[in-house]
Design a protein. Structure first.
Length: 184
């Protein structure tokens, strides 16, 4: 922002300069003004999105690690037809966090589901990373699962599944209070 303000303050009219020397300041001035305009527009749209998301699912935004962007991605994933998600397993499949059997021989394990809505999966991943960093309960869980022999990707899969379960309960409660969205 500091550089954009500085560039937009470049003097534009200078008769002593050769025409070729006047072009770079004009270009930088124009780019800085455009950047400032777009930055203001993004701030306004983020504020509107925050208002909409907090009105649609205030309990979701209140969850640890869930911000407006994450909540918005999860609400978009659920969409206008939340009735299709009959249980938390279907929501987990939609988010790509349902377990897929990857066992072979004597080894019994699961892997991450590669299907589903990638934005919703990323949103759950963000929540998992925030909780790994800031939540003592999550850290204890990771230590316990690591001691049991699970790898980090397997632990993240389990965390994302747990978070999907938690989010589904909140979304289900929010949807039942407000009802499905009206068709547009």
């Amino acid at each position: 922002m500091h550089r954009a303000r500085r560039a937009s303050a470049f003097p534009l009219a200078d008769d002593r300069r050769a025409p070729a020397d006047a072009v770079p300041p004009r270009v930088l001035h124009g780019l800085a003004e455009r950047w400032q305009h777009l930055d203001g527009e993004i701030a306004r749209l983020d504020a509107e999105l925050g208002t909409i998301v907090k009105k649609a699912a205030p309990n979701l935004v209140a969850l640890h690690g869930v911000g407006v962007d994450v909540a918005g991605a999860l609400l978009v994933a659920v969409g206008d037809n939340p009735e299709r998600l009959s249980n938390e397993g279907s929501f987990a499949a939609l988010c790509g966090t349902s377990p897929v059997d990857a066992s072979s021989g004597r080894q019994h394990r699961h892997r991450l589901n590669r299907g589903g809505n990638r934005d919703a999966n990323r949103a759950l991943w963000v929540v998992a990373l925030v909780r790994l960093r800031c939540d003592p309960r999550t850290r204890e869980y990771v230590e316990r699962r690591t001691a049991q022999g699970l790898s980090k990707p397997e632990i993240l899969r389990c965390l994302k599944r747990y978070i999907a379960r938690e989010v589904f309960k909140i979304l289900r409660a929010s949807i039942s209070k407000t009802g499905p969205a009206a068709p547009t």
